[in-house]
Design a protein around this ligand. Structure first.
Ligand code: SAM
Length: 240
């Protein structure tokens, strides 16, 4: 997977992505990160890339041409038009399902806005997907791009070790994950659930499945209507 990030703050992307699991994946060549500074494509001597909005109003707007040239610098080396994701509060809300769909791409381009946003004409020209990370407004698209790259990278083969990637995760089957425990067995008088100490795999699996259903019902009941439940799950759900 190769990510190209068009941004005014490449150092923010680099610092965030080159840390922890994504950092190791970059070092090992499992994912590639190419952050492109839109300011390098400014067409004036002050490297200015924003201007006042036509029609008046507060704030500044990122101009079309530097964004377009930054995009061209990336796309001219590709065989086909890539998916270009504009991070915007006006987009479809990012989800695990979207991460799964994007993880199969070879390359993705992320466009990060700032200030009041980007001139609509270049968005119309280059963007294939408008994506939001939630119903709130941030100062820029860099954190949303990193949120997306983090979630997508976890699904790229080899980024997580195999043992971990095969495990149950929240949102698999539209259920939240069961609670997790680690050593010590007793912490401040709180004991790890006995079933997890039993070594009985079938019972552990059943307990975890039921905890997932219980937790989803308590915390995100709306997920249950699309959850993949078998007869035993449905019976358990009825009983709680
Ligand atoms: N004026 C814009 C509007 O009302 O839609 C908001 C601009 S916002 C202050 C600046 C930039 O932050 C946006 O261009 C976008 O790239 C990014 N951004 C802000 N909130 C976001 C969100 N919830 N999801 C994705 N990107 C967001």
């Amino acid at each position: 997977m190769k990510y190209h990030v068009l941004t005014l703050f490449p150092e923010m992307i680099e610092n965030g992505m080159k840390t922890s699991i994504t950092g190791r994946a970059i070092e090992e060549g499992k994912i590639f990160l190419d952050s492109v500074n839109i300011r390098d494509y400014a067409f004036n001597k002050h490297n200015k890339v924003d201007d006042y909005p036509y029609g008046g109003g507060a704030g500044m707007v990122m101009q079309a041409e530097p964004v377009y040239l930054a995009y061209k610098s990336v796309s001219e080396h590709m065989d086909k038009k890539p998916k270009v994701i504009y991070l915007t509060p006006q987009g479809s809300v990012f989800s695990q399902k979207m991460a799964e769909e994007l993880a199969v791409e070879d390359e993705l381009v992320f466009l990060c806005g700032h200030y009041e946003g980007i001139d609509e004409r270049v968005i119309e020209e280059i963007v294939t997907d408008n994506v939001s990370i939630g119903d709130y407004v941030l100062t820029g698209g860099e954190l949303p791009a990193m949120v997306m790259m983090d979630a997508i990278s976890r699904l790229v083969p080899g980024v997580l070790n195999n043992e971990h990637s095969a495990e149950f995760e929240s949102f698999q089957d539209n259920l939240l994950e069961y609670p997790q425990y680690s050593r010590p067995e007793v912490w401040r008088e709180k004991r790890v659930p006995q079933v997890l100490m039993s070594g009985h795999h079938a019972n552990i699996e059943r307990w975890r499945r039921q905890q997932s259903i219980l937790r989803t019902k308590e915390r995100r009941p709306e997920l249950l209507k699309d959850a993949d439940l078998d007869d035993a799950d449905k019976l358990f759900l009825k009983s709680i």
